[in-house]
Every structure is written in structure tokens, then in C-alpha cells.
Write a protein that binds this ligand. Structure first.
Ligand code: ZN
Ligand code: ZN
Length: 118
């Protein structure tokens, strides 16, 4: 695979040390391209452009980190590892991936259940 920096950014593909002048296989433009075996690329073809659900901006960042929530009046700390979210650089809002939100809900439910038995 042979792709320009712009396509790398758009698709989340790595910027490689080895580059050569040629046609980008993705956008077909002549550019200094990154050389990467296509098997190393996460997805073939363009994924859907991710947009901010709040303001609609596509200037977003995919963030994976341990997210910390504070639940209830006691501010009980709940940590969700590998919480995936889309952080918008335009409005600053962060929206969790459905799978991550589900995991967070399960953890919060556990905390709530433990609280009742106390
Ligand atoms: Zn390109
Ligand atoms: Zn936004």
C-alpha cells in the first residue's frame, strides 16, 4: 500500500519512515507516499467519517483511555479501562462509543448494587 499523508491522517494509518514519490493508491494524487504492507492497515477502504454528535464537526480525535466516573452523592469512583470515545476539537465535547458506554453502565450498576447491601 502506498498512500499520502493526507490519506494516512484521514484513515488513521501510520506515517512510515520509508517514503517514495508516486501516486497515492487511495486518493490517486501524486504525492510523497508512505510505504506500508496493506495487511498492517486496520481497514481496507475508507471508513465512515466520524463526526461529533454535538456540533457535527469532523475535527475529532479517537481517544482510548481509562475513564474515571464519579457516581452518586458520595462521588464513588468508577474506573472504566480502555474506554473509547470521540473527542471533538471544535466544541470540546467527548462522546463514548456504545460498547464502552455499555461497559461503564455495567460497572456503575455493580457499584449501585454494592451500595445497597452496605
Ligand atoms: Zn492520498
Ligand atoms: Zn463538537
Amino acid at each position: 500500500m502506498h498512500y499520502c499523508n493526507e490519506c494516512a491522517k484521514e484513515n488513521g494509518w501510520p506515517i512510515t519512515l520509508f517514503k517514495s514519490q508516486g501516486l497515492c493508491e487511495e486518493c490517486k494524487k501524486a504525492a510523497v507516499c508512505n510505504e506500508m504492507p496493506s495487511s498492517k492497515l486496520p481497514k481496507k477502504g475508507k471508513p465512515e467519517t466520524i463526526r461529533c454528535q454535538i456540533c457535527g464537526s469532523n475535527d475529532v480525535e479517537h481517544v482510548v483511555q481509562t475513564e474515571v466516573f464519579h457516581y452518586g452523592p458520595k462521588r464513588i469512583k468508577v474506573e472504566v479501562p480502555d474506554y473509547e470515545s470521540i473527542k471533538c476539537k471544535n466544541c470540546g465535547e467527548s462522546v463514548g462509543f456504545p460498547e464502552s458506554v455499555k461497559r461503564a453502565e455495567v460497572l456503575l450498576k455493580e457499584v449501585r448494587a454494592n451500595e445497597k447491601t452496605d
